[in-house]
Design a protein around this ligand. Sequence first.
Ligand SMILES: Cc1cc2nc3c(=O)[nH]c(=O)nc-3n(C[C@H](O)[C@H](O)[C@H](O)COP(=O)(O)O)c2cc1C
Length: 333
Amino acid sequence: MRIGNLKIDFPVFLAPMAGVTDHSFRILCKEKGAGLVYSEFVSAHGIIRENEKTLDMIRFVEAERPIGIQIFGDSPEVMAKAARMVYDKFKPDLIDINYGCPVPKVTKKGAGSAALKDLCLMDDITSAVVEAVRKIPVTVKMRAGWDSNNIVSTEAGPRLEKIGVKAIALHPRTTKQSYKGNANWDWIRELKEAVTVPVIGNGDIKTPGDILRMVKETGCDAVMVARAALGNPWFFEQANNILNGNKIIPGPTTKDKIFTCNRHLDLLIQTRGERTGTNLMRKHFGWYIKGFAGASTLRQSLVTAKDFTEMTAFLARAMDSIQKNNTEPLSYP
Ligand SMILES: Cc1cc2nc3c(=O)[nH]c(=O)nc-3n(C[C@H](O)[C@H](O)[C@H](O)COP(=O)(O)O)c2cc1C
């Protein structure tokens, strides 16, 4: 598929996730076949202030391409300046605008999904960003509307397309819904019928089979996966298999999980340093270490490990136990 001038080989993408889709996780998902990965959402104000921590969220390596950098903000001028700076400094493959974040801290300032309440503001922000970044595609990720009485995605789609957006990702829940209830895929189908640019369906893809179902039911051009990828970069491998018409391949073994935890931790430490990397890894353990005998004890040990040395010792002991006995790890002090 193509998004503007960008060619993408595989239509299953890793969705942007704050606190999750940093360099380490993007690399792991990319290796398993994600067709496109995104940064976490990055504050336009932070970018224009050249805040180092903000800029660190944008840094990526060539192996992560194609990559989209997602930005959020409340003002057309600031968003345009930020988009231009991201392009000039980092040259990502696309810039994505966040019109989906439901977090009050963000929406109270008029950013994220607050734009769903004011499509004129959405037009202004989008035009400013499209004007500012001419060489790579600008895309949008949105929710369906602010609340169930105000579903705007089908109206916003053609407006965004006219302004020059090259693809639209839709998470078909409202801001008020947050994550409650089901994603309403009918809204993805309606959007697809209303625009000619690619539509990226998102929401409640829990199994690789759901991808086929979403494409069939909505006609969307690609799908974007968030929660199903947590602790599970293998999701993309399974998706590749099923989309190529093959039978679903088994998920990761316990050994795969332990090995990948080690790599994830190493990648985090390379970019974030030992202390922060170790702390960030704790939540990932919660996602990786499940579904096998002894998982809850191992998970508990890893999540509460006092430092990097203890963490890697627990992982090494788990791996030893699997290799020696060809069994699952059982208990940890
Ligand atoms: C931990 C977490 C962080 C998220 N952060 C972002 C974000 O930074 N930008 C964004 O557009 N969506 C964000 N989302 C929303 C997801 O990209 C996605 O739209 C939503 O989870 C629905 O997809 P799913 O059912 O595959 O999880 C986040 C979701 C989660 C679970």
